[in-house]
Write a protein that binds this ligand. Sequence first.
Ligand code: AMP
Ligand code: MG
Length: 315
Amino acid sequence: MSLAPELIAPDAAGLRAAARALREGRLVAFPTETVYGLGAHALDADAVRRVFAVKGRPATSPLIVHVASIEAARALVTTWPDAAERLAQAHWPGPLTLVLPKRDVVPDAVTAGLGTVGLRVPAHPVALALLREAAIPIAAPSANRFTRLSPTRAEHVRDAFSRDEVAMVIEGGVSEVGIESTVVSLAGPEPVLLRPGVLDLPGLRRAFEGGPGAHAAPGQHEAHYQPRTPLFLAGEHLPAGRGAYVWHTTPREAAHTVRLPADARGYAARLYDTLHALDGGDWAWIALEPVPDEASWEGVRDRLRRATARGRVTD
Ligand code: AMP
Ligand code: MG
């Protein structure tokens, strides 16, 4: 058995050690308010390439670059339109990624060869403290293997990777937002929503409108966020065998039931954590009560569609 990544306390000594490891090109997982990130020095192309290798992530899927401030974001892009200033002022630090034309200092490895870079100032105090201590931009996708469930706790990361893949994980409790950031492109003539999250941003054109396959955002793979246990949206009948039913308004008869909050934000906050816990149990299947078809649930619906492998529904 290989060792799990070293678990680092989020104190001054821990953050110093993590920041040093990052500056030296090693990979460090850290908490953000969305999910735990697998961090690498964003301006070090070799470190960035290791992120793709360790995750098994296709090189065509760009990484989000995390920075400590608007000023640090502006240093990585060639334009900072009014819309960027407005959205950043309103939502940073927070679960919003802005896509803008990149400067040459940002390696092509980070952006999957695109001329744009996705930037975010995370709100988790440990993420912000790490960014300030390291004093470098940190490229970080979710700290899970490609297509698997995103981690919402340090132990999810330690279960997924070995120490020679990921040097350390900083302890930071449970991620409070619970699903990945909202992604908005400001690189074209009008702002475009590339990936929904928990933020309510009315009036944006949606790149993915028209359903699966229609979206223009790179790296938005259909099969994603998947537990090992077969996961379904519940139809009229539940599958045979001992399974778990996840509900938020109407319970049903099953070997095991889990209740999630009935509001979209509360549901998002518990979703991956609940699926991780159920995946560790011995259930033949997990079925989810369908969620409302309302704008506030768009981020959750997006993740459920991918997690259930192209919307598997029980009959
Ligand atoms: P993840 O790291 O898995 O949360 O995914 C990051 C997502 O952000 C990608 O899958 C893209 O959809 C989006 N993204 C990041 N950088 C860019 C970019 N330069 N252009 C467009 N989308 C981006
Ligand atoms: Mg991910």
